[in-house]
Write a protein that binds this ligand. Structure first.
Ligand code: HEC
Length: 217
C-alpha cells in the first residue's frame, strides 16, 4: 500500500521551513563575526554586572564626584609612622634645606621609579615640564591649562628640599596634592631624584666617567 502523494502546498511549506530553520544559525554566525556597539545579551549574568564603581570614574553620590576615595584625613597605615620633621618637611616653622633621610643610590632609584609613575606625566621624564599630559593639553588648546613648572628652573633649584616635599604632599597653586598616594618616605625619595635630575641637566662633562662618555673611547 502506498501513501497518497503530499499536496504541493505542503512541499512548499516544508521547503520554506527548512530555509527558515537556518536563520538562527545564520544570525549566530553573524553575531560572532560582526562588532556591535550595544552590550551583548547576557542570559546568565554571573557577576558580570555589578553596581560597584570603577577606578577613575564618576560617582555622583560624593561631593567631589570622584569614585576613588581619598584617605580619611589623619589615618596612618601600619609601618607608616614618621617623625614630625620628616612628615612636615619643616623644623620650627622653617622648610628644612636637606632631606632628613639618608640619600643612597637605592633611595634615588626608588625616587626615580616613583617620579616616573606620579610626576613624569606632567613634568616630563627629565623634569623639563614637557610630559605627555602637558603636550596633550597644548595640542587640544585647553584654555585653562597651567603648564607644569620646569623642575630644572632656577625657582625650583632654589627651593629647600622641605618645600618640594611639601609640594608633593599638599600640592601647590594649580598642582594637585599627591600625599594621598605617596607615603612620606617615597616623597623624600622623589625629592632626591628631582635633585638628581637638576644635577644631570647641566652636569659638566668631567662628572661623567670616561668610559660612559658618548663617542669617546
Ligand atoms: C597633573 C599634572 C601634575 C603632576 C602629576 C605633578 N605636577 Fe607638579 N606641577 C604641576 C603644575 C601645573 C605646576 C604649576 C602650578 C602653578 O604654578 O599653579 C606644578 C608645580 C610643581 C613644582 C613647583 C612648585 C614651586 O615651588 O613653585 C614642583 C617642585 C612640582 N610641581 C613637583 C612635582 C612632583 C615631585 C610631582 C610628582 C609627585 C608632581 N609635581 C606631579 C602639575 C603637576
Amino acid at each position: 500500500m502506498s501513501l497518497p502523494p503530499l499536496p504541493r502546498w505542503a512541499l512548499y511549506a516544508a521547503a520554506v521551513g527548512v530555509v527558515l530553520s537556518w536563520l538562527p544559525l545564520a544570525l549566530i554566525a553573524r553575531a560572532r563575526a560582526v562588532k556591535s556597539p550595544t552590550p551583548r545579551i547576557a542570559i546568565f549574568q554571573d557577576m558580570d554586572n555589578q553596581p560597584a564603581h570603577r577606578p577613575q570614574s564618576l560617582a555622583r553620590i560624593f561631593a567631589d564626584r570622584r569614585a576613588m576615595r581619598p584617605r580619611v584625613p589623619g589615618t596612618v597605615a601600619r609601618g607608616e609612622t614618621a617623625d614630625a620633621v620628616s612628615a612636615a618637611g619643616r623644623r620650627d616653622g622653617e622648610w628644612i634645606d636637606r632631606s632628613p633621610l639618608p640619600v643612597t643610590e637605592a633611595f634615588v632609584r626608588r625616587g626615580r621609579e616613583r617620579y616616573d609613575i606620579f610626576c613624569a606625566t606632567c613634568h616630563g621624564l627629565v623634569g623639563d615640564g614637557n610630559g605627555p599630559t602637558h603636550l596633550r593639553a597644548v595640542k587640544l588648546e585647553e584654555p585653562r591649562w597651567i603648564p607644569p613648572t620646569s623642575l630644572l628652573s632656577e625657582q625650583v633649584r632654589e627651593r629647600p628640599d622641605g618645600h618640594i616635599y611639601n609640594t608633593i604632599a599638599h600640592g601647590i597653586r594649580n598642582m594637585p596634592a599627591y600625599g594621598g598616594q605617596i607615603p612620606v618616605e617615597d616623597r623624600w625619595a622623589i625629592v632626591a631624584y628631582v635633585r638628581a635630575l637638576q644635577l644631570r641637566s647641566d652636569a659638566p662633562l668631567e662628572m661623567v666617567p670616561l668610559e660612559q662618555r658618548p663617542g669617546l673611547r
